[in-house]
Design a protein around this ligand. Structure first.
Ligand SMILES: [Fe+2]
Length: 532
């Protein structure tokens, strides 16, 4: 038997879509309190406001639960379970507020040593108090210790199994997954080998009984569980064995580069197949049996999808993440998060650090902006050279100061192909980082600090500096299968569309091949950098 190609293996945390901030203990605590409980309380109080808001396109991506019918009783139940189960994490989050208040009250530039007794008990031994050079007080977590403590809640992790038949899914940061007759919840942590077994049986036939035993599926759930499998042989992946470099765009920021010898996959976000979709796309069947390197650009929910990554875990030889050492609440350590999600092959990369293999070099490139001016180190663009042929993946980096990339050009030189995200409006700071704030940010400041990528004026610097032969706008969140995570719906009048049209037109006027990618794209390149 095979698992059906449209079987979704959805990682959840307290029944909420498990994005990276729900793995790291400190950010999980803040999101349980500042996002999940807040949204659930609001829904319980006025479900009709939520029901109306999710029908309003202007409210897309807002903090509203999106259910087909009233689920007040179920949400009350989930809230009560959360309050009971997460008692310590709730107290942890309260302590973070107290710690910040204490530092604001007492840390006035004198030694911080005397303030350690004032650190809330629950945080004692998990934080170091620091100033920056201008006497602004702050603290850092010993994050690796938090993972070893009761605050790393493996018991909150689970997976939901269900078949998808269309691309419609409620916005994942605002809607918890409640019980549904067609959804099977399996209470296993993310490092459980059963997830790999489910990933494997999508391609290689196996025994349902064995997997059911591995996942401890109850007898009463076997009928539903069995329905996720079929004898129908899936389409087979044909390994690329041509003489060229093959680039395939999978949607959003997900790009696969293959030669006959190597494969790298950037920001994996793989859609399903086996159901009708209005947009042609590559999917799981187009992913190689072995992926040499997965590259992660930054810690946003649309660039790290454990839903894609966990079932691929056994096929990934190396996973590269941007390094952080800060211990700052807003900048959780990705290596730790991946290690705890069962990845044993994680390597951190620094700015301008090179990783060489076969005839390839991966270089970490500075990534600026798109993080609301928060001090976040965990972000990297990537330069990828296969032989003499070069790609630059800029992801959502906003070119704040062109000179930075001039310095980089002085080191890496011109590139053949650039991929640039141009989601240039972006959400305000509070949309993603709000639960981490311990003081409310005034609305005008919040709206000035956005999660915005480059517009035309910023993006064109890259073209001027790196002289690419080809430039592709990507990571626009437009494909229907990722609306649940990006909540983007553009029209021709939307600024990111106008700005990226300007860039594409300008490139074409300069004789550069350019396009805004959507759905799927495949290009074969000769090693000399021209189309095969
Ligand atoms: Fe981003």
């Amino acid at each position: 038997m095979y698992a059906k190609p449209n079987l979704v293996i959805e990682p959840l945390y307290d029944r909420w879509y498990a994005w990276a901030h729900l793995i790291s203990p400190a950010t999980a605590a803040m999101n349980v309190v500042g996002r999940h409980l807040k949204i659930m309380n609001s829904y319980i109080q006025s479900p009709q406001i939520h029901a109306a808001a999710v029908l309003n396109p202007k409210m897309l991506g807002g903090p509203f639960m999106d259910y087909k019918r009233s689920r007040v009783e179920d949400v009350k139940k989930l809230k009560n379970e959360t309050v009971l189960k997460q008692d310590d994490l709730i107290r942890f989050a309260e302590a973070v507020f107290q710690l910040d208040n204490m530092l604001r009250a007492y840390a006035k530039g004198y030694s911080l040593e005397d303030l350690y007794p004032k650190v809330p008990d629950i945080l004692k031994g998990y934080v170091e108090l620091v100033y920056d050079l201008n006497n602004n007080p702050s603290f850092r977590f010993f994050e690796s210790l938090l993972y070893k403590s009761e605050f790393y809640k493996k018991s909150s992790q689970s997976i939901a199994l269900w078949e998808t038949n269309n691309d419609e899914r409620p916005f994942c940061l605002s809607t918890a997954r409640l019980d549904e007759p067609n959804v099977l919840h399996v209470n296993i942590p993310f490092d459980h080998p059963g997830i790999e077994a489910l990933g494997k049986i999508k391609r290689t036939p196996g025994s349902i009984d064995e997997i059911a035993t591995m996942l401890s599926i109850k007898d009463a759930d076997r009928k539903l569980f069995n329905s996720f499998f079929s004898q129908e042989e899936p389409q087979t992946y044909k390994k690329y064995d041509g003489p060229n470099v093959r680039m395939r765009y999978f949607g959003h920021a997900c790009i696969l580069i293959e030669t006959k010898d190597i494969s790298i996959l950037v920001d994996p976000l793989i859609s399903y197949y086996g159901y009708h979709s209005s947009v042609a796309h590559f999917s799981d069947i187009d992913i190689p049996d072995v992926i040499d390197y997965v590259l992660i650009t930054h810690n946003h929910q649309d660039h790290i999808l454990f839903e894609t990554l966990l079932p691929l875990r056994h096929r990934i030889k190396n996973i590269i993440v941007p390094r952080t050492t800060s211990g700052a609440l807003q900048d959780p350590n990705l290596k730790l998060a991946f290690n705890h999600a069962g990845f044993t092959n994680v390597r951190e990369i620094d700015e301008m650090e090179e990783i060489k293999f076969h005839n390839c070099v991966i270089t970490g490139i500075p990534f600026t902006g798109e993080h609301s001016d928060l001090n976040v180190h965990t972000k990297s663009c990537y330069h990828f050279a296969v032989d003499r042929f070069t790609f630059l993946f800029v992801a959502d980096s906003r070119i704040l100061e062109a000179k930075l990339y001039k310095h980089i050009h002085g080191i890496i030189g011109d590139v053949d192909v650039i991929f640039l995200g141009m989601e240039c409006d972006g959400a305000p700071l509070s949309w993603l980082y709000g639960p981490l704030l311990t003081q409310e940010l005034p609305r005008d400041k919040d709206h000035s600090r956005r999660l915005a990528g480059s517009n035309f004026e910023k993006g064109i610097h890259l073209i001027d500096i790196f002289h690419p032969n080809e430039a592709y706008v990507y990571a626009m969140g437009q494909e229907p299968w990722l609306e649940f995570i990006s909540t983007v719906k553009y029209t021709d009048e939307s600024n990111p569309i106008i700005q990226s049209n300007l860039l594409v037109t300008e490139c074409i006027n300069r004789g550069i091949i350019a396009e805004r990618l959507f759905g799927e794209k495949e290009i074969l390149y000769k090693y000399e950098g021209v189309h095969a």
